[in-house]
Design a binder for this molecule. Sequence first.
Ligand code: SF4
Length: 472
Amino acid sequence: MDFPMIDRELHEECGVFGVYGVPDASTLVYYGLHALQHRGQEGCGIVSVDDTGRLRRIKGEGLVTEVFKEPALATLGGSMAIGHVRYSTSGGGGIENVQPFMFRHNTGDFALAHNGNIVNSRQLRDHLENRGSLFQSSSDSEVFAHLIKKETKFRDRPRIYAIVDALNMLEGAFAFVVMTANRIYACRDKYGLRPLSIGRLGEGYVVSSETCAFDVLGAEFVRDVEPGEIVTIDAHGLRSTDYSHYKRRQMCAMEYIYFARPDSDIEGCNVHAFRKESGRQLFREAPAQADIVVGVPDSSLSAAMGYAEAGGLPYEMGLIKNKYIARTFIQPSQSMREKGVRMKLSAVRSIVRGKRVVLIDDSIVRGTTSRRIVGMLRDAGATEVHVRIASPPMTDPCFYGVDTSTYDELISARLDIEGVRREIGCDTLAFLSEQALYAAGGRSELCTACFTGRYPTALYTAREEANKDGKF
Ligand code: SF4
């Protein structure tokens, strides 16, 4: 049967990409952003440095294939460019919030692109506005640019000192690429919450939120930018500067569970391999008496394979996703999502009819999606539906650039596991433990705040501001 209107409920904020020292850099950034399109569909932009050292930009609302057209893209000449794909959460939508941002300054123009969320941006913004700063957008990313220019202790020294000072004032999650007329700086927050990797392409370098974009360009992975590190890329090659001695490895667990593409490697661990192992762990923790294992496409398929493999059960394509409606994901707000943003799924009647089905999903956010899928499988003739979730119950919102939900909307913040089971209408329900999540990636550190409420950073007033904005 065909099932109407299913939205996956979770959205990443952004992806960043940069190219240094390769001819026609902006076209390469275009392909890189296309590979990162899953990280944001609301808007995108590219800034290049032409042969005279001038920064040029194209940006717009929409998908990569809609914003960049052939003759216009060719006007972005040069061998250095950065780009950005955006899904708006903090700062809201609108063309003024589409990145990269470009700044003109008598000490040299520069551009920046950001993935993540600065939790003390309100305080920094107030401070800067009181000292005369005028902001062009409501994005927290612009705060970083003002800090670079206003707050450095070393006005007559190289720009890297200003970037070090500015980064030390930021709290939260970020992967920044900053481009001047002759170099690119790639920076990661000291907690390591957002991914950022460096690759080699011919005589030059590429920087990307995910390594899947390297494969598209034929680039070779070099290394990840480390937490608390700035990697400078210029005519001298790569140089490393630690801006903080406090370093953690608290990568966002949801990157592995849901956001990243399965062909990406994050901090040395392949995303598909992580998900598959989480599925194996899930079977060990919560085996089900069933005939077939079905995963919710696409992000749960790897975990479903692992669950089936560990349990010696057939893995079946019981759900099919219509791949050609991704354009609908462009709307960012909840009201817009309710109006139209959906992922269309179909249950394959001939596969699930008369079967006891284990349904594997990566997470439950509001519960509405799970309820609909369980109903769809029953309508298609499944005799039992056992839901297994390859992550712990999501009980707390994210303040680091992921559009989860309010406490009220998170079903596991309101209900215990039995309550959630009743609400989504399955026969049995189990979640992966936090310990198994660490084991799946062979990691001792991860951010699991949306499952535990243990936030790795101070939150300043982020929670209250979200409340004020009607988010919580
Ligand atoms: S709170 Fe959750 S979604 Fe946000 S960074 Fe941490 S693990 Fe990722």
